[in-house]
Each structure stands twice: as C-alpha cells, then as structure tokens.
Design a protein around this ligand. Sequence first.
Ligand code: HEC
Ligand code: HEC
Ligand code: HEC
Ligand code: HEC
Ligand code: HEC
Ligand code: HEC
Ligand code: HEC
Length: 371
Amino acid sequence: MRRHVSWILGGAFLVIAFVVGLAWRNSRMSHVSPAPAAVLPPTPLVEAGAEHNFVGSEACASCHAEITEEHAGSLHANSLHDVKGGRFNAPFKTAQVLADPTLGVLYSYGVENGKPVLYHYRDGDGAKIKVEPKYVVGSGQLGYTFLIEQDGQFLESRTSYYRAPNKWTWTPGQQRSAPGQNPVGDLMDPERAKQCFLCHSTMVAMQGDRVVPEKSIFQVGCERCHGPGREHVDARRAGLPDKSLFSHRQAAADTVVRLCGECHRSPRSEDEADLARDPDLPRFAASALTLSKCYQNSAGRLSCVTCHNPHQRVSKNTSSYIRVCQSCHTGSSAANPTCPIDPTGNCVSCHMPSRAVNLPSTVKFHSHWIK
Ligand code: HEC
Ligand code: HEC
Ligand code: HEC
Ligand code: HEC
Ligand code: HEC
Ligand code: HEC
Ligand code: HEC
C-alpha cells in the first residue's frame, strides 16, 4: 500500500540525492564548483554505551547565552519528549471517542495514576486493550503523535492529538484501516523508528538496529546542526581557539538547504513533475524551495537562513519577508524583475500562500515553491 500521508518522511537518501542533484545542476548552471562533501555534520548515530562527543545544548549556555535562550523556545528544542511527569496529560482528559467501523474498535483517552492512557474497545465483545504511551513526538504547535514501546520496538499511535481543533484524529498515514490490523498503531520497522527519532533528535543511540531512547539526546539541539561539541567546549573553556564545529555563517546556500533538508524535505523519490503535484509539498520546505526560480537562478544567494533565523520560532513579521523579496526584485534587470501586479504588497500572500495539506484542514503550511 502506498502511504500517501505520513509524519514519517522516509526515503532520506533518495531525496538527499534529489536535492544534491538539483544543487549540482544549479552549480553547473551558475558555473560554481560543487561544495566539498564534509561541510555538514555526519548523521548522529552512536552505538549505545560507546563513548561519544555530544555534550547537549545546556553545555553551550554559559558562553552562547542569547542563542541558547532563543533556541530553547524554538520548536526544534521541543519536538520529542518522554511523556512522564504529567506534562502531556491534558489531551487525555477528554470524553472524545473515535470509532473505526472496519476494525470495530472505539478509541478513548484517560489519565491513570498521573499517566496518560490510550484505550481501545472492541465493539463486538467489549474486549479492551489499554496502553501507556512512552514518548510524544511533536512540539504540540500542530499536534502530538505518541509512541508506544513494546519489547524494544515502537508503535506509532493510531490516533494523534491536534491542537487547532483540540481533538484527536487518525494519525497521518493511518487514516484507513484493514481488518486484522493492530488497532493500537503501526509497528515501526527498525529503519522507520530510527528515521523517526533521527529527525526529532540531536543524537540517536543504537543497539544493533534498535533505537535506545534512554541513551539518545532528544530535540533538534545545537549539536545536530553544528556537530558534536566536546572538543569545542573543552578548548574554549581552557581559553583556546577552536574550529572543530561546523559553522554555517559562511556556508554556501546549497549546504544550508541540505542541512535543513535532512529533515524539511520531500519523502519521495518522485521526479519534479510528481513532486509538483504532491499535495503535501508545502510541508517539504527544502524540496519546494529548490524548485523555485528564485533559488535556481540566484547564484547561491538564497537559502533558508536568508529568511529564517535557525535558532528562533518562525517570524510572523511580514515586512521582514517583503524586504527579502525586494532585495532581489528591484527591477534593475530582467534577472531581477519587479512584480507587475503589486510591487509593494504582501509578496508572501500571493507567491508563498499558505496551503492545506493532507492533515486536518486547520493545519496549513506556506508553499516554499515561490512562483
Ligand atoms: C567556554 C565558552 C564556550 C562554550 C561552552 C561553547 N562555546 Fe562556542 N564559541 C565560543 C567562542 C569564544 C567562540 C568564538 C567567538 C564567536 O564566534 O562567537 C565560539 C564559536 C562558536 C561557533 C562558531 C564556530 C566557528 O568555527 O566560527 C559555533 C557554531 C559555536 N561556538 C557553537 C557552540 C556550541 C554548539 C556549543 C555547545 C556544544 C558551544 N559553542 C559551547 C565559546 C564557547
Ligand atoms: C534534525 C532535523 C531538523 C533539521 C536538521 C532542521 N529542522 Fe527545522 N524542524 C524540525 C522539526 C522536527 C520541526 C518541528 C518541531 C515540532 O513542532 O515538533 C522543525 C521546525 C522548524 C520550523 C518551524 C518553526 C516555527 O516556529 O513554526 C522552522 C522555521 C525550521 N524548522 C527551520 C529550519 C531551518 C532553517 C533549518 C536549517 C538551518 C532546520 N529547520 C533544520 C527538524 C529539523
Ligand atoms: C525526515 C525527517 C522526519 C521524520 C522521519 C519524521 N519527522 Fe516529524 N517532523 C519533521 C519536520 C521537519 C516537522 C515540521 C514540519 C512538518 O510538520 O511537516 C515534523 C513535525 C512533526 C509533528 C508535528 C509537530 C508540531 O508542530 O506539533 C509530529 C507530531 C511529528 N512530526 C511526528 C513524527 C513521528 C511520530 C515520526 C516517526 C514515526 C516522524 N515525525 C518522523 C521531520 C520528520
Ligand atoms: C537547525 C539547525 C541549528 C541549530 C539547532 C542550532 N544552530 Fe546555530 N546556526 C545554524 C545556522 C544555519 C547558522 C548560520 C546562520 C546565519 O548565517 O544566519 C548558525 C549560526 C550559529 C552561530 C554563529 C556562528 C557561526 O559561524 O555559525 C553560533 C555561535 C551558533 N549558531 C550556536 C548555536 C548554539 C549554541 C545552538 C544551540 C543552543 C545552535 N547554534 C543551534 C544552525 C543551527
Ligand atoms: C536572492 C535573490 C532572490 C530573492 C531573495 C527572491 N527572489 Fe524571486 N527570483 C529571483 C530570481 C533570480 C528569479 C528568476 C528570474 C528569471 O530569471 O526570470 C526569481 C523569480 C521569481 C518569480 C517568478 C517565478 C516563476 O516561476 O516565473 C517570482 C514570482 C518571485 N521570484 C517572487 C519572489 C518572492 C515573493 C520573494 C520573497 C518571498 C522572492 N522572489 C525572493 C531571485 C530572488
Ligand atoms: C524567501 C523567504 C523564505 C525562504 C528562503 C525560506 N522560507 Fe520558510 N517561511 C517563509 C515564510 C514567509 C513563512 C511563513 C511565515 C509566517 O508564518 O508568517 C515560512 C515558514 C516556514 C516554516 C513554518 C511552516 C510553514 O510553512 O508555515 C518552516 C518549517 C519553514 N519555513 C522552513 C524553511 C526551510 C527549511 C527553508 C529552507 C529550505 C525555508 N523555510 C526557506 C519564508 C521563507
Ligand atoms: C495581489 C497578489 C500579488 C502580490 C501582493 C505580489 N504579487 Fe508578484 N505577481 C502576482 C501575479 C498574479 C504575477 C503574475 C503576473 C503575470 O504573469 O502577468 C506576479 C508576478 C511576479 C513576478 C514575476 C515577474 C516577471 O516578470 O516574471 C515577480 C518577480 C513577483 N511577482 C514578485 C513579487 C514581489 C517581490 C512581491 C512583493 C513585494 C509581489 N510580487 C507581490 C501577484 C502578486
């Protein structure tokens, strides 16, 4: 079965290949040589129990106080948690019941002994399965999907909580069910579980092909983008210079897009035409941006950080985006055309409109295919 919609954006390699391919094409078009390979941190997989050089974002606070504080309030720093401590109980305090007639199962929610619980009742004989979710994926900006741990494997909960309608609904990718399916949720194969944790973490500890969450570092922390920090922290604490981290201030645009695109990209290996038709394209900012003429024809002057501060929540300041557009669209040459329709209006509302995707209709993303 083809999974049309999913939080799980699998197929990383093919898509990275796609983005790299585009970057290669662009670099050829603009006669700039391709970026060297080791400009990005390696995939942060570590054997559980082995020594490693990740020190956690807290270790950066003493010297990079402002960035650390900004980052702590970002969605990156809040996108994966253990549910313990009651912080995620609120969505479970609901009388909502979801019904799946194909499976004959009713879904409801509760809190027992301070812990969130998912209930599954079978219509026919009233049989009940009760599970306690272990991890919650998502900052809650849009919603939460819960992970259930069973014998070292993970299930992705069949239902997810969405903030905007303040309701539970089917988890993307699990909207439809087949008789005999596990009503609790999809059992993730090890590769899928790994990818799921990787996009929401700084470092993922592995035992063989299994994720060991207890030894991993959750959240998209500093070291996910700048590389493991031990050497830098030790050197800087000793007052020594250090260049061991990945600095992105001088990075080429396609390097930054590749960094962000490790997570903000298309899940598929489709060609450009298929990608163009993909209703979920607005969710995949990096794939979409690389389809834009603004990106392709601006000789490496446009990347994610032209418009976004990677340490902060997304800015809602419309005029800051308009200024970015106007910095290129000056009309001074055919390569920098001004808008014939509204050269001083809100460029974003017409050229990067917010679009519904294959999620509850209240959830919208901005199309990063600027056109
Ligand atoms: C003991 C102080 C100290 C700590 C702790 C520290 N840094 Fe730095 N860091 C510095 C100084 C000083 C510089 C150089 C001045 C600058 O560029 O701000 C620097 C530079 C950097 C740069 C630019 C690198 C370059 O090559 O130009 C990055 C990125 C960075 N730090 C990230 C981190 C991260 C991530 C952590 C935590 C894992 C961290 N720092 C912890 C002091 C520190
Ligand atoms: C390791 C994966 C990963 C990488 C790398 C990554 N992101 Fe993200 N990003 C996420 C996840 C996951 C979320 C959603 C967090 C949530 O809501 O749970 C997110 C959310 C965001 C948001 C939404 C913030 C908001 O306030 O709505 C922006 C903007 C963003 N990322 C930009 C970037 C940029 C720019 C880069 C590259 C410099 C980048 N990201 C790199 C995983 C990543
Ligand atoms: C390729 C990287 C990638 C993978 C794999 C991935 N995610 Fe995400 N996830 C993201 C990014 C980027 C965002 C923010 C943009 C978006 O919502 O599409 C996000 C957002 C989310 C959100 C919404 C967060 C909010 O803002 O409230 C949830 C929930 C979520 N992911 C759950 C999962 C689960 C569960 C898995 C694994 C079964 C998973 N994701 C796998 C990258 C990924
Ligand atoms: C999502 C990826 C991402 C995360 C997470 C992240 N950074 Fe950055 N950081 C970047 C990018 C990209 C730049 C370059 C921004 C620019 O050029 O405008 C940058 C710039 C910086 C700089 C300026 C120096 C330089 O040369 O890059 C410092 C210092 C820094 N980050 C430290 C941190 C610290 C400390 C944290 C954690 C609290 C952190 N970063 C988290 C992506 C990230
Ligand atoms: C770094 C420079 C740069 C920035 C910033 C930039 N653009 Fe562009 N944009 C270009 C270039 C170059 C082209 C291609 C012009 C050509 O060759 O026809 C282009 C093309 C376009 C087109 C025509 C697209 C098409 O498919 O025909 C639109 C519309 C557009 N830009 C709108 C915007 C908007 C809106 C913003 C801000 C959100 C923006 N641009 C930001 C450089 C930029
Ligand atoms: C030309 C400017 C521009 C560039 C380049 C750009 N973005 Fe955005 N991005 C925006 C605007 C505008 C918004 C909507 C802001 C708002 O909500 O008002 C946005 C929103 C987002 C969001 C929040 C979800 C949404 O779609 O509303 C994410 C995540 C994001 N961008 C990621 C990225 C990543 C990753 C890159 C690089 C591949 C990138 N952006 C490049 C302008 C840009
Ligand atoms: C009310 C909606 C609207 C707003 C606001 C708007 N545009 Fe446009 N823009 C359009 C439409 C429609 C076209 C296509 C016109 C055509 O093809 O004849 C266009 C065309 C363009 C083009 C392509 C011009 C060419 O010669 O190929 C660029 C570049 C552009 N707009 C940039 C911008 C920028 C930058 C802003 C913000 C300062 C902006 N637009 C604001 C609707 C808008």
